[in-house]
Structures are given as structure tokens and as C-alpha cells.
Write a protein that binds this ligand. Structure first.
Ligand code: F6P
Length: 529
């Protein structure tokens, strides 16, 4: 049976790793004046510079060979055409169908899914226009002023990140709030500022069974009834995005206000579905479609560009180089754009929930590292927090810098400072400083790698392309590692045990380890009647 680490290409990469271990990135530029041109590419409104990596031409060639010799081309075709590639959950993976703006049918389980997708898009269009125009009335006849999305994980992070990123496109008289944490302080704080007569709650949950979301939704419903009057009014103030229509209706949501999506949309890939409804409400349906268009453009590029000129493939291969050959444990995401401040959290779930796996698709343990720890925050804030460790610490951390070129009117000077700071950091990480030699405490070793991703402007279209880019990067890495990027059994385990612990709060159960029992004892003191 094929073993990745025994393959000729993998072995060649190990050899190249040893041969290039002492290379300086800046010397690659000195040797090849065309390196920047060769190692950068544009897709639509996105420009990627991947020249500041400790990756020689020979390494890059071998990495591309690794992708060519993997199941990537076949698995990519299977994903787009609706084959069952989420093998442990026996499902196709079709978030790409949600942004399929072409005419082609997409068949899943023997059925074209596009008509249902079109119908749901129409429903999103109608509803978002009603709310934005003020035609949608609450129980007292007033229009909606505040929208509260209640969801967690993929049912929160995507719409939350995108509607903050696209704040400047937002309708000014509609406010958005995102409640995710089961900590009651979260929902209490949000509710304390709201008027039930003008508030719309979206219960966003694929399964309509997630403890945190249901608890928050029930608290919101209780608050609504206590402050507004009547159970019968719930229908005008609560809607749902869910695959579980029945449970949503039992909650009190009107059938026509359950926005459907499907089992073949993974939670962390769901912002293109009705989970993206807050985005359509915030920036309008046209803007939502523009976001899908950007993602569709990236899908086309991902499917058609040769692997060596394919943006998601290249980003995936660069990651694999650092994770599997250089030994990096983490990947930093540093957007130099305040509007993208939720992006690291979004990408953290996308990557870590997808590729945090240690068995392959046949359930066999893998003998290589898989998904990295993804973390980060905005620059220039990060410069004054964790960059010191990146410059002079003992860890080796590849960085993705992300920024948009176009300044906002009135703050051009800020934007100029923002971009020049980012370029300075990327340069400093590579060049380092060696004033007084290696023992000089001021000296920075440099030779630390980074990519720079530039958006022409932070538009819905470019944001869609950016997110699709990372989705496909994660997919490519998953295929090369031969893991299933689309299940999350570890998260399910936590959910199950949380259920068991709360059921046993009244018993002196011996079912748990001594530590859990001891701690549960302390908790019990506060919760027994
Ligand atoms: O974190 C695990 C997970 O299943 C995610 O994949 C999903 O986005 C989240 O929980 C929320 O699930 P649901 O949308 O069903 O409430």
C-alpha cells in the first residue's frame, strides 16, 4: 500500500531539506533577480507574493511533484462533482455548489442540488429585502433595527467575520450582534441593549441540536416573551437557518422562515449557504452574490490552473514544506486590516477542525504531522504583542500577511502607515539584523518566512475569493496527507461527555475519573436545589 513518507518525492524533499537548511532567503533574491516575478501570482483581485520563503527552485519543483503524485486532481474532481469524499460521515462535500454561478448541474445522491440552492437563494433575497426595506414588521408594527445571530462554530464564525469585514457596505440603520458562547454573560449583555419590538433573532444551527445554541435561543425566546408579551409573536421575531426543519418549527419558528441547507454543507464551510443570511441582511443580497462570485472565481482557478500556478495549491505546498520538512508547529495569520480582525479566528476553525486529524481516510494512524496550530491577530497590534518572539524567539513560525491596497477616504495616511508597517515586518523577518554578530542581544537572525496576500480592495467579491482560497488550501493539504478534512469526531466527543456530565450532576457518579468527580463535586455545591 502507498506510504506517503516512503514515496520517492517525499524522500527527495527530505534530502533537499538537509541540503538547503543553511540557505538564506535573501540570497535567493541575490541569485535570481526574477524571483519576485516568478514567485507571485494574481487571481482576480488577489495578489500572492510567496517569494520570501526558504524554498529554492528545486524544492518548489519537488513540492509541485508531491501534489501531482497525490490524489489531488482526482479528489478535487470528486469534490466538485458531488462524490462522497467525507467517507466517515458518508456524505458529499458541496459547499462549492452553493457558489456555483454557472449553468452546470451538480449531482449529489443521484439528484441535481442546484434547483434547491436557487430556491434558497431566492428565499434569502426576498427575506433580506423585506427586512432591509422595513417591510418586515415586528409584533408591534415596527421595523427591525437589530439582528441577533445565535449560533456557534461554523454557524457563527463565517457570518460574524464577513459582516464585520464588510462593515463599510452595511446598511446604517441595521445593527448586528453575534451570540455564540454558552456563557450567559454573552447573551445577557447583548439583550440588555435591545428592544424586543425591533429585534430579529436568527437561530443558526445546522443540526438544531447544539447545546450552546439551543440554550441561547431559549434564553432569547424567554426574554422576548417576558418583554414583548405573547408566544404567538415569536414567529415574527425568530427565524432559523437549519437542516432540521422539524426542530426549528417545534421551537416556534414559522415553516416559511426556516432557511434550509443540507447535510453536505460542512459547518465550517457554510457561510455560502443560508448560514450567510446575516451577511445578506448586512450588505444586501447583491453584495452576498458578489461574495459568492469571488468564491466561484477562485473555484474556477483552483479547478483549471496548472498545479504549479495554482494559488491554493501553492499555499498548501508551502505549508506542507514547513510542517512536514522544516518542523514548524504553527501558522500565523496577520491581517493588516482592522476589518479582518475576526479572520484569524475563522481560519483557525477552518484549518484546525478540518485537518486536526491523526488517522488517514482508511482509519490508519499517520506517521507524519498534519494540520498546524493556526493563530494570529491584526497588525500592527501584533507587532507590539507577539512579534518579538517571531523575530528573536526560538520558534520558527511562517506568517501569512494579508492587507488590502485601497485606502479608506479620509484616513489615507493611516493606511499608508499600515501597509508600510506590514512590508517592513515581512522584510525584517527575512533580512534580520546582524549589527554586532550572533551574540549581540540586539541582533535578529532573520531568515524567517512569510507570504503576503494583497487584496485590491476589501470588497465582498475579494473577501469571497480570499475565503475560498483558504478553504481550498486546507483541502489540498488534507488530500496530500490523505486525511478526511470534513469530519470532526473530537468535537463530537466533547459534546457527548458534556451531555453525560450534566445528566449526572445529581448523582455521586463513579463513571468519571477522580479529577472530574472531584471538580464536579465543587460544581454540584452551587447547583443542587
Ligand atoms: O464545532 C463542531 C461543529 O459541529 C461545527 O462543525 C459546527 O459549525 C458547530 O459545531 C455548530 O453546529 P450546529 O450548526 O449544528 O449548531
Amino acid at each position: 500500500m502507498f506510504q506517503l513518507t516512503r514515496s520517492v518525492t517525499w524522500q527527495s524533499l527530505l534530502k533537499l531539506r538537509d541540503e538547503t537548511a543553511d540557505d538564506r532567503i535573501r540570497d535567493y533574491f541575490a541569485k535570481d533577480p526574477k524571483r519576485f516575478d516568478k514567485m507571485s501570482l494574481r487571481v482576480g483581485g488577489l495578489f500572492l507574493d510567496y517569494s520570501k520563503h526558504q524554498i529554492s527552485d528545486a524544492v518548489l519543483e519537488k513540492l509541485v511533484e508531491l501534489a501531482e503524485h497525490s490524489a489531488l486532481v482526482q479528489r478535487r474532481a470528486q469534490m466538485f462533482s458531488g462524490d462522497i469524499i467525507n467517507v466517515t460521515e458518508d456524505r458529499p462535500v458541496l459547499h462549492t455548489a452553493l457558489r456555483n454561478l454557472g449553468d452546470s448541474p451538480v449531482i449529489a445522491d443521484g439528484k441535481d442540488v442546484m434547483p434547491e440552492i436557487h430556491a434558497t437563494r431566492e428565499q434569502i433575497k426576498r427575506f433580506s429585502e423585506e427586512v432591509r426595506s422595513g417591510n418586515w414588521k415586528g409584533y408591534s408594527g415596527e421595523r427591525i433595527r437589530d439582528v441577533v445571530n445565535i449560533g456557534i462554530g461554523g454557524s457563527d464564525l463565517g457570518p460574524n467575520m464577513a459582516s464585520r469585514a464588510l462593515l463599510k457596505y452595511r446598511q446604517a440603520d441595521l445593527n448586528f450582534h453575534f451570540v455564540s458562547n454558552v456563557d450567559g454573560a454573552h447573551i445577557q449583555k447583548v439583550l440588555s441593549r435591545l428592544d424586543p419590538a425591533t429585534t430579529l433573532f436568527i437561530v443558526s444551527t445546522k443540526t438544531f441540536s447544539t447545546q450552546e445554541t439551543l440554550l441561547n435561543a431559549r434564553t432569547a425566546r424567554r426574554w422576548f416573551v417576558e418583554n414583548a408579551g405573547d408566544d404567538a409573536d415569536i414567529g415574527a421575531h425568530f427565524i432559523a437557518a437549519s437542516t432540521n426543519r422539524k426542530a426549528a418549527m417545534e421551537f416556534g419558528i414559522r415553516e416559511e422562515n426556516v432557511f434550509e441547507f443540507w447535510a453536505w454543507v460542512g459547518g465550517r464551510y457554510s457561510m455560502w449557504s443560508s448560514i450567510g443570511l446575516p451577511i445578506a441582511l448586512a450588505i444586501g443580497y447583491e453584495g452576498f452574490i458578489e461574495m459568492l462570485e469571488g468564491a466561484y472565481e477562485m473555484d474556477q482557478h483552483f479547478q483549471n490552473a496548472p498545479l504549479g500556478e495554482n494559488m491554493p495549491v501553492l499555499m498548501a505546498l508551502i505549508g506542507i514544506w514547513y510542517i512536514n520538512f522544516v518542523g514548524a508547529e504553527t501558522q500565523a495569520i496577520v491581517p493588516y486590516d482592522q476589518a479582518l480582525h475576526q479572520l484569524p479566528a475563522f481560519l483557525q476553525q477552518l484549518d484546525m477542525e478540518s485537518n486536526g486529524k491523526s488517522v488517514d481516510i482508511f482509519g490508519r494512524p499517520v506517521d507524519y504531522k498534519t494540520g498546524p496550530i493556526v493563530w494570529g491577530q491584526t497588525g500592527s497590534n501584533g507587532q507590539h504583542a507577539f512579534f518579538q518572539l517571531l523575530h528573536q524567539g526560538t520558534r520558527y513560525v511562517p506568517i501569512d500577511f494579508i492587507a488590502s491596497l485601497k485606502p479608506e477616504p479620509g484616513v489615507e495616511d493611516h493606511h499608508f502607515a499600515l501597509l508600510t508597517n506590514m512590508l517592513a515586518q515581512a522584510n525584517a523577518f527575512m533580512e534580520g539584523s546582524s549589527k554586532g554578530g550572533d551574540l549581540d542581544p540586539y541582533s535578529c537572525p532573520g531568515n524567517r518566512p512569510s507570504s503576503v496576500l494583497l487584496l485590491d480592495e476589501l470588497t465582498p467579491r475579494n473577501l469571497g475569493a480570499l475565503i475560498a482560497l483558504y478553504e481550498h488550501k486546507v483541502f489540498v493539504q488534507g488530500v496530500i496527507w490523505n486525511i478526511n478534512s470534513f469530519d470532526q469526531w473530537g468535537v463530537q466527543l466533547g459534546k457527548r461527555i458534556a451531555g453525560e456530565i450534566s445528566e449526572k450532576i445529581d448523582e455521586r457518579s463513579q463513571d468519571f475519573d477522580a479529577s472530574t468527580q472531584g471538580l464536579l463535586g465543587l460544581v454540584r455545591e452551587h447547583f443542587q436545589a
